[in-house]
Design a binder for this molecule. Sequence first.
Ligand SMILES: [Zn+2]
Length: 593
Amino acid sequence: MRSRDPVEEVKRRVDLVDVISAYVRLRKAGRNWEGLCPFHQEKTPSFSVNQEKQFWHCFGCGAGGDVFAFLQKAENLTFREALERLAQHVGVPLDQSPARAKASSERDRLRSACEMACTFYSRTLLKSPHAVAYLKERGMDRATVDRFRLGYAPAAWDALANHLARNGVSQADALKAGLLASSNSAGRVYDRLRDRVVFPICDPEGRVIAFGGRTIGNTEGAPKYLNSPETPLFHKGRVLYALHLAKRAIGSQDRAVVVEGYMDAVALHKAGVENAVATLGTALTREHLILLGRYTRRAVLLYDSDSAGLSAALRSLPLFEESGIDVRVATLPDGHDPDSYVRQYGPVALAERLDAALPVLDYRMDLLIRQHGTSTEEAVVRLAKAAVPVLAGVRNHLDRGRWIRRLAELWRPNGSGIVEAEEDLRRAVAAYHRTGATPRMAEGAEPLKRVAVGHLPPGQARRIYLAEAEILRSCLESRAAAEQAFAALRPEQFEDGELRELATLISSHLADDGWDVATWRMEGEAGASLAARLSANPAPPLTGEALAECIELVIAHQELEQVRELKRRMREGEIPDHDELERINRLARQLHA
Ligand SMILES: [Zn+2]
């Protein structure tokens, strides 16, 4: 009997359905539980939990795994962090040897380097009167500085580099975390942010993962804003600035306010608009919407009326519709950004603007009407031509119909011929839709695709893959099947890499007393996800004869490979003996049956 490791012990004591129920409303469906997937937007449930085997799997986005994989994904944790959290919850002691701590993942090390840099920057701010003066001038008080952990990066090239080195952060980690940069030519390493006010960027849990820096005053040639590069921790298309501070207010007000810069987000929070988050120099992406979707179904974009972000957002209409989040646009008077507006008019006036926000489609159509005018028939025809591609991209037929009717009314202002005009427009929109020419999407924004689950190679390889998968599905179900399979097959004989790993894991448990798949430690998301995918198949697993056929097919495939090798040798002049020829013929019959 193998000794119980803490991972297995935790899995034995935790119930996956309990853990997931804190995130997803599950209901019983046959042998499984199902609900709406927390990792992609959907309206009908494709997220399935197998309580018996303690696996979860989403047929929509392909995510899946065991309880650790779920917690890692839901809370953006490392395996170790997920293990610690669950172990503490169910009272399983963990080995805390120094070797273990040293082996903590790269992400942990990069996070602690970022945290160290954050502390350094905020301490430096207190010693830098010109940076403090700048923040005061922008209306920041001490409480705001503390809440957002604002800091200052000194003008030196090596201040942070030295600080990190003194505190045991390797140069490689500091570079990888984006804290230092290196010049290509000389290979010189230096502080990325210098003489800038620093805005730490956090994940939804509030852990620092990157930094934004703003120049103080007018600095010749230098970009006004500078963000960390993409790192293992930081992908700007997936991060919303200040979400960790805003998520509670977003949830309780059931609305998020999205602005374009960290200064705007900070100013709004200071003015009491605590549900504000900012994108970091990108259009609102699919990942942003999924992130927001954890807390609310409503978002208001509060952008400058002439911003690139706004025009990108207007082109992203189909993306917003796909996401299931009601995205609206609130505008500010010309020359104002959220920061200046809230300082001049106050939070009440801003709240009125937010309440008056228009759905993105209406905002876009109003904009077209203003651009083209409606005073002459020619103008309305131009307007209609511009509107057709927009409306062709709208999935909601009520919204589409409403605007087609409105355009028809503008086209036939005296009322006669409205029905015909409406019919013409409807046909034009349908034709545009059919030709597949939908409006171009914003950069980085793509429609939510149904991700194909699993991969199936074509032809004979497909048969082998399916046979291997069926064998493992049976093994997960019963020890008898595993004994049958691994009496005939070695795990390394599995052709597919992923399946081979799972086969290795399963065969290693043949030494166990019981067959408690729910407690097995699945390495990595891929392995657990694969097991979950196999177990989610509602068809009864193969047994006896049918299983034996699959095993034979896999073995025959292996032998065929050997036969191919033999044929190659024959072409080169070798002569096979009688037995070998017999085997070739038998295999050929079997494989082409
Ligand atoms: Zn999903």
